[in-house]
Design a protein around this ligand. Structure first.
Ligand SMILES: NC(=O)c1ccc[n+]([C@@H]2O[C@H](COP(=O)([O-])OP(=O)(O)OC[C@H]3O[C@@H](n4cnc5c(N)ncnc54)[C@H](OP(=O)(O)O)[C@@H]3O)[C@@H](O)[C@H]2O)c1
Length: 261
């Protein structure tokens, strides 16, 4: 039977756009208390407003840069001032930077991807775990990617950090066995968010090409999936979930409709 999310405390990182913003609204619609973190605080204010309107019990937001320990720990201190327990942690902050081959890769892109997707996930989890252990039935849901399961040309470091996310999730699942805290990874294929604009540094033409002729996943598709995972009964843990749009059978097998003349 579904577990109600009403009045539960849900923390979403990377809540200023894409999956994170849609997830905030979706948990808001379930009547949860929603906590939002990201670097763009003006965007968080807008998402907070939408989340409140969706029906959230309460909404709170604060600047968060997961690439630094001081920012992450200051965020966690602020969270502890709001609530002594977290019921759902969604580690969503992340993204790709560039799509260069190994031969042409740039240090700044590699470092950015390792910091946000890998070390950021570790920092937030370490800081928030004390609010979850002792709260059986709570859930840590990490956002991985199809890229963590299958490599592609130009994806080396992004595929690498998302593969690390999968292994970190599995380690944490083992470490928390017996506490009642659930741990899982939700691994999407391509979805139309700000992801590709960030990856291609604002090049809209290149970004649009990723989705051309397809019906990609939406941020709402992922948000609904996260709500479903978190609302399973406490004895059910969704360990791993790979979710792709119907047009994407595999990384290299995408059905594209040609434009009609
Ligand atoms: N879209 C896809 O095709 C796809 C597929 C599989 C997996 N994913 C993963 O899904 C997650 C969400 O991506 P999205 O598609 O929703 O892209 P998005 O619209 O670009 O959202 C990324 C979010 O991460 C936040 N973020 C980035 N760096 C951060 C930092 N240093 N500290 C805190 N927050 C940070 C951004 O907020 P600020 O810039 O305001 O900090 C933003 O809210 C990422 O982990 C991504 O790797 C995406």
């Amino acid at each position: 039977m579904k577990t109600s999310l009403k009045n539960k405390w849900v923390l979403v990182t990377g809540a200023s756009s894409g999956f994170g913003a849609a997830t905030a609204r979706a948990f808001g619609a379930e009547g949860a208390n929603v906590i939002l973190g990201a670097r763009r605080v003006d965007r968080l204010a807008q998402v907070a407003d939408e989340t409140k309107k969706a029906g959230a019990a309460s909404v709170h937001f604060h600047g968060l840069d997961v690439t630094t320990t001081p920012s992450t720990n200051a965020f966690a201190d602020w969270v502890r001032g709001l609530t002594p327990k977290i019921d759902v942690l969604i580690n969503n902050a992340g993204g790709a930077h560039g799509a260069d081959t190994v031969a042409n890769g740039r240090d700044e892109d590699w470092e950015a991807m390792v910091q946000v997707n890998l070390l950021g996930l570790m920092r937030v989890t370490r800081a928030i775990l004390p609010l979850m252990v002792g709260n059986p039935g709570s859930s840590i849901l990490n956002i991985g990617s199809i890229a963590g399961r299958v490599a592609y040309e130009g994806g080396s470091v992004y595929c690498g950090v998302k593969a690390a996310e999968l292994q970190i999730t599995k380690s944490l699942r083992l470490e928390l066995c017996g506490t009642g805290v659930r741990v899982g990874t939700i691994d999407p294929g391509f979805a139309e968010t700000e992801f590709s604009m960030v990856r291609f540094k604002g090049d809209k033409g290149r970004s649009d090409k990723v989705y051309e002729g397809t019906e990609p996943l939406t941020a709402e598709d992922i948000a609904e999936t996260l709500v479903w995972c978190a609302s399973r009964p406490p004895h059910v843990c969704i360990d791993e979930l790979l979710i792709k749009c119907t047009d994407q059978a595999a990384i290299h097998k995408v059905h594209r409709r040609t434009a009609k003349a």
